[in-house]
Design a binder for this molecule. Sequence first.
Ligand code: URA
Length: 199
Amino acid sequence: MQRSMFDTPETIAEEIRSCVKCPLAGTRNCAVPGEGSVRSDIVFIGEAPGASEDKEGRPFVGAAGKFLDEMLADIGMKRGDVFITNVVKCRPPGNRDPFPEEVNMCTESFLWRQLEVLQPKVLVTLGRHAMHRFLPATEKISVIHGIPMHITSPKSGCTFTIIPLYHPAAALYNGSMRKVLKDDFRKIPKMIERMEKEE
Ligand code: URA
């Protein structure tokens, strides 16, 4: 990891916007570094930008993003209160899953550095791909969704709490998953309150 002591959220974002480290640079319109409050205790992490995000250079601005906004509003928050990003910062063509090399390159180059600079208390992973960046492949999202897990960054030794949630795009048109996701979402404020008390 090329963390420099001069990293700030904005310098990392600038690097992401001009990154040509993997072939996704050749097919993207805009890289999507992430956005929101750099002082927030919560970072939401999706998989990779889709078509709308690639056009605008902003995360979660399509249908899944509208649903995410709705769930944030339901717990009294707006997107400016949290930081939202993705594991992979450029859209894989045709919305295919990112290749492992792309995921590894992007995580090593940017995601860990973003997390070290932002220092959130909680990482909310959206979908199994984002979850598996932090938790072993044997963990099943259908089993551990909504359950806080603790991880230590292999890079810095910082500890984070991860709350794995279903991806809003997967839940959008699936009534039962939608309900589970909304219920899990509503647990977030209490979890953060509890963590603050334990500090
Ligand atoms: N899905 C994601 O995982 N990320 C986005 O930014 C949009 C849709």
